[in-house]
Ligand binder design. Sequence first.
Ligand code: GTP
Ligand code: GTP
Ligand code: MG
Ligand code: MG
Lengths: 292, 278
Amino acid sequence: SLNERLTVVFRKLKGHGKLTEENIKGILREIRLALLEADVNFRVVKDFIEILRKRSIGQEVLESLTPAQQVIKIVNEEVTNLLGGERSSLNLTGSQPVPLMFVGLQGSGKTTTVGKMARHLVRGNQQPFLIPADVSRPAAIEQLRQLGESLQVPVYTPQPGDSPVAICKKALDEARGRGCAAALIDTAGRWHVDEPLMEELRAIQRAVNPKEVLFLADAMTGQEAVNVACKFDEVLNITGVILTKMDGDARGGAALSIKSVTQKPIKFIGTGEKLDDFEIFYPERLSSRILG
Amino acid sequence: VLGKKKIDEETFENLEEILITSDVGPRAALDLIERVQKKVKYGEYDKADRIRNYLKDEILQILAARQQSLDTSKATPFVIMTLGVNGSGKTTTIAKLANQFQSEGKKVLLAAADTFRAAAIEQLEVWGGRLGCDVIKQKKGSDPSAVAFDAVHAAKARKADVLIIDTAGRLHTKVNLIEELKKIKRIIEREHPGAPHESLLVLDATTGQNAISQAKTFRETLGYTGIILTKLDGSAKGGVIVGICDELEIPIRYIGIGEQMDDLREFNAREFVDALFD
Ligand SMILES: Nc1nc2c(ncn2[C@@H]2O[C@H](COP(=O)(O)OP(=O)(O)OP(=O)(O)O)[C@@H](O)[C@H]2O)c(=O)[nH]1
Ligand SMILES: Nc1nc2c(ncn2[C@@H]2O[C@H](COP(=O)(O)OP(=O)(O)OP(=O)(O)O)[C@@H](O)[C@H]2O)c(=O)[nH]1
Ligand SMILES: [Mg+2]
Ligand SMILES: [Mg+2]
């Protein structure tokens, strides 16, 4: 782990008196390696190491009797700060049904997470309405229908041939008629660089005015996480991020990249395939996981 | 002399950035750079293009050794099983493989052995319908090994050339789910000795260093005979496959380049390396 590696680095430096710029370089190299291995974006790591460098040549490390502990403390603080900020909850303000949109790359966990969010809302006494707006993936509509059925939550039945925008408009009307508190929109997975499909998301957004546009990110995403999140944010002005598949052993550095670059809050995490594998996000836990 | 050293450092830093941002990983990147540094001759340190080509060649050597296509004529029925983490593209890849084999004149049978996830069976059935290909299935929640059992028998009875078995996505860290895969494999082998003739690990090209953990863990706990790298049609380069090839020496059969049934290509090391440096 980074903790262990830094302790080894510092042990080698013991008895050399004050820490020098050279010592700091060695320490920062270890931290850089740990972050890159955790999939934090190359550029994000560069900027982050610079922040760390400025803090580690400061009094708190150089004057400390336990510089290793001090550096580790600083790294943890900076990562947690980057990941956290104000604890962000779901925005369910405004007239009901409050539309919530779920977007992201292919296979990132959107449909399953719509189900998880529905269960979360039911437990909070808010009746959700599910809207399957993915008309391209085979059996995507059926997938959401089955999830809704398992929760005994109503799901819109799209008319064959209807576009995603038409589906959302009609579904929202039905949700309103049913008196549902929230309308959850499942969209098809798509590349951030697919302009027509990104425009389709914009069209859905313009048509239904969602209170939340939640970007789903797979915890194991690599270096491209930054570009993907940036593009989705640029096109839609996302309101939050949900990290999925956190029950694996991916370090999750993509989260740090996404958060630091978009500044949008990570609101929830997916921790399994069942609909109750859904938790509120805690930055300190992810911080120690990324650092390894 | 000082100026020369600076150019040399900058060239290697730029190359390291290309490798890392392509998900090759920092240790693998450093290892590759060091191998290249040994090759660069004294007078070449300011020739950035030549150094870049040394690096490309180094990677090409690693990948070309793993460019081995699949030969389904080795057995009848030739049984293929897909495996991999959730959402990596297994089911869609099966449709692509079926399409490929059918275009070669083979009779293909599919098995919907993901009996767990919502609409997994229906998803494969839609593809079967589009391909004109039968899908062996049972009720949702049934034992995937039972589906595999039925499928092997059906493949023999119907004289299918290829049988492709879809399994549920599972994280490599879930021991009980790995056990489930082992049982499916045992049943297949028991009903058709030698089968599955190919077990394909389906890896998502947008995945970072965790792909190495996936490749290693599936290898240690279960074993597989080929890799398919999907979603290479986006911006991700799939560089993590370099380290995987170097260490695990498992063939890369195909790449997935889209969501339709003809979005499959045989893995080509040269094209892959060129794309890495695009
Ligand atoms: N282990 C684990 N699996 C998850 C999690 N969230 C989703 N999955 C699984 O990931 C796979 C993909 O989930 P989907 O909900 O179909 O993903 P999607 O984003 O809707 O996919 P597309 O619509 O094709 O883009 C499924 O096997 C899910 O069960 C999670 O938090 N942990
Ligand atoms: N762009 C692109 N999308 C792909 C590719 N392969 C699969 N997909 C998409 O990725 C998503 C997940 O594909 P699936 O085939 O359902 O993946 P899976 O591994 O079977 O998922 P689970 O069974 O839930 O684990 C779907 O939206 C597919 O269309 C590919 O090569 N390129
Ligand atoms: Mg979906
Ligand atoms: Mg599948």
